[in-house]
Design a protein around this ligand. Structure first.
Ligand code: ADP
Ligand code: MG
Length: 672
């Protein structure tokens, strides 16, 4: 290895459990004692010394050792940030929010989150003039950079979870590196950069950041017993449930279990199965407390997962990959790893961006395993065979090499940078950059693909924290007189799902919501829900949501997003308008942004996406499922065994040429 490194050994005690696995009664530690018992605490002065003397530093330390919560507080207590602010990025909004709340609590002194410690995530800014420690999503810091290229609000920027290589973090690597250099050249307040992670290819990062120094925080971990399955499972969800009950029968109480699955639907289904089965009097084992953890969840629910369960109980946490490295839950002794993860990826060949469930990488498998060896010895059940493990890729592909780049290319243009010439740590595929430029051209955001100069529309688009396709819908709404309706639909598509479908009462939920269903599709259905929700009196809203299986928090959040987007529209001088009941106007307006997402029914009664003739079908959750309209406009593609389209509207063939002539003049559409 060519990188200069320092290793800080940390043999701090942790949490009153002995290495031999015998549980001692956990002393209830005060929050300050909890901080002092973290492995990182003993090395804080050495670490601060290194941070002080290096303008860029890589910090690698095992998950849970205290990097994210402690390092910003150490920096602040030494006043290294001086007159500026410490910004810490997180790939996930959930992590940014829950960590900021935790750190505000640790900091104490009667201060709330939003005072000294705050957070900024899309559509939610909980900071104030007093904020010195600011957690924010990587996407939000990138947006800030668009308006302040040198990031002058910050004197320290910590790019956390760097190994996740999200598209925004990857772009930020280049942006902060450039800001640091420019500030130095101009002799203005220096910018300190810390790159943090639980695991990473240090040489690659170090060489990108001018051969900067790396420090390893070596923590104590305990051995984890590994189990592979003998034969491959074809149903990992069921395998999770049966493996869980095998553990539940044998393990002593307070030996907690963490299950890794891919997304909300699966997680809720498994939680439901475990809940039902555990009520069976035949099932042995201590009383259970079941927690779920996924991105689309209200943050209060996410925080409850950190609370210890009473003596004699068992906690089971069912989580997406968020519990891999972003958050740490203490007390976990058993891991059940489905071996799967949901990722967003773009396929230039089909032109579709989809959410796809796929195998994790070996690096991820090791991170998941490590969650069991934090406070004592643990066990990890891998629901795949050893040879399936061997076949997994070593590490995951950076998102920049597999995602739709239209948003990022536009953001870079707003920064005055052409993506082709940007100093990326890993270059995106040229055909993906070309596809993004092509799409931006069709959206009217740039003048042409060679000279990718932003147009007036393009400049306005950058004001919205949205995918350019959604910004385009809002910017076109004036033409169709449907801004009010477009705002509501785009707000729904930007927030978390408001429809609750508890597995035990799915049918009942569908029956009470039947009255909202529109033959025009899901977008209009959502609009109907919103209109009725708005008409219900303030004091009856909760009961109404309960009755209609609507997630109250999420629909209030949609309302909040709607009003924030409305403010941005005002600042772009888009006059307010409503199309009343003329849903044709709204659907035409949706085409103006989503024209590349149209599928038609072919002669064999199958859908094909017009863009590159990929076979697709309508997702069972859509109100159009089973109806077979000739043409549908879709918002999202989810790939499981097939490519499923979600959130649809029916559209008419004549509209396509009328709304997006440049695109559709080259596309053949079958006449009915
Ligand atoms: P790292 O970033 O090194 O993975 P963190 O700083 O996130 O570690 O966490 C340090 C410790 O703080 C963890 O061991 C975890 O148990 C504890 N912790 C973090 N967030 C919370 C929370 N919301 N409630 C209780 N404990 C927490
Ligand atoms: Mg962390």
């Amino acid at each position: 290895s060519s990188t200069v490194t320092t290793v800080l050994h940390m043999n701090g005690s942790s949490n009153g459990t002995k290495a031999n696995g015998i549980k001692t009664t956990k002393p209830k530690l005060s929050i300050q004692d909890q901080r002092r018992s973290l492995p990182i605490f003993a090395n804080r002065n050495k670490l601060l010394g290194l941070i002080k003397s290096h303008e860029t530093l890589i910090i690698v330390g095992e998950t849970g050792c205290g990097k994210t919560t402690q390092i910003p507080q150490y920096i602040h207590s030494a006043r290294l940030e001086e007159s500026g602010c410490i910004g810490i990025t997180q790939p996930r909004r959930v992590a940014a929010i829950s960590i900021a709340k935790r750190v505000a609590q640790e900091h104490g002194g009667g201060m709330d989150v939003g005072d000294l410690v705050g957070y900024t995530v899309r559509f939610e800014d909980v900071t104030s003039k007093k904020t010195k420690i600011k957690y924010l999503t990587d996407g939000m810091l990138l947006r800030e950079a668009m308006f302040d290229k040198l990031l002058m609000n910050y004197t320290v920027i910590i790019l956390d979870e760097a190994h996740e290589r999200t598209i925004h973090t990857d772009v930020l690597f280049g942006v902060v590196k450039n800001a640091q250099k420019k500030r130095k050249e101009r002799n203005i307040a220096p910018l300190k950069i810390l790159i943090m992670s639980a695991t990473m290819d240090v040489d690659h990062f170090s060489s990108y950041f001018n051969n900067c120094r790396a420090v390893y925080l070596e923590g104590r971990t305990y051995p984890v017993n590994m189990y592979y399955t003998i034969k491959p499972h074809d149903d990992y969800q069921t395998a999770c449930v049966s493996t869980f009950f095998k553990i539940h029968r044998e393990a002593p109480p307070n030996y907690d279990v963490l299950i890794f699955l891919t997304g909300q639907e699966e997680i809720e289904a498994v939680a439901h199965q475990i809940r039902i089965l555990s009520k069976d009097p035949e099932v042995e084992g201590p009383p259970l407390k079941i927690f779920t953890l996924f991105g689309a969840q209200p943050s209060t629910m996410q925080l409850s997962v950190f609370q210890p369960v009473p003596e004699g109980h068992r906690k089971v946490v069912i989580s997406t990959n968020i519990a891999e490295t972003s958050v740490t839950i203490s007390g976990i002794r058993y891991i059940i790893d489905s071996g799967m993860v949901k990722v967003r990826s773009f396929h230039p060949a089909t032109g579709l961006e989809m959410l796809k469930i796929q195998r994790i990488s070996q690096e991820q498998a090791w991170q998941r395993t490590g969650r069991a060896g934090r406070d004592s010895e643990g066990c990890c059940y891998r629901l795949y065979t050893r040879s399936q493990f061997e076949l997994m890729s070593k590490s995951s592909t950076p998102e920049i090499q597999r995602a739709n780049l239209n948003s990022v290319v536009l953001q870079l243009l707003a920064l005055g940078i052409q993506a082709q010439y940007f100093d990326f740590m890993s270059k995106p595929p040229p055909d993906a950059v070309a596809a993004a430029l092509e799409q931006l051209k069709l959206l009217g955001a740039i003048e042409d693909t060679e000279n990718s100069k932003l147009t007036e529309i393009g400049r306005k688009m950058t004001k919205f924290p949205l995918d350019p396709r959604f910004s385009k819908i809002l910017l076109t709404a004036q033409q169709y007189g449907c801004l009010e309706e477009a705002l509501i639909v785009v707000a729904f598509l930007s927030g978390e799902s408001v429809l609750l479908n508890p597995s035990s009462r799915k049918e009942q939920a569908q029956i009470v919501r039947q009255k909202f269903c529109s033959g025009y599709g899901d977008h209009v259905t959502l609009l109907n829900i919103y209109r009725e929700f708005s008409n219900v009196g303030q004091s009856n809203k909760r009961a109404w949501c309960h009755e209609h299986f609507i997630n109250m928090r999420n629909i209030l959040n949609v309302r909040e997003i709607r009003s924030q987007l409305e403010e941005i529209c005002k600042s772009c001088d888009i006059p307010s308008s409503s199309c009343g009941s003329q849903m044709d106007l709204l659907r035409k307006c949706l085409i103006s942004g989503l024209f590349m997402n149209v599928a038609e029914l072919n002669r064999d009664r199958q859908y094909v996406a017009l863009h590159k003739r990929q076979a697709v079908c309508i997702h069972p959750s859509s109100v159009l499922h089973g109806q077979q309209p000739h043409l549908v406009l879709f918002t999202e593609v989810v790939q499981t065994s097939k490519c499923y389209l979600r959130n649809l509207s029916t559209v008419e063939a004549e509209w396509l040429l009328e709304v997006a002539p440049d695109y559709f003049k080259h596309v053949n559409i079958r006449t009915k």
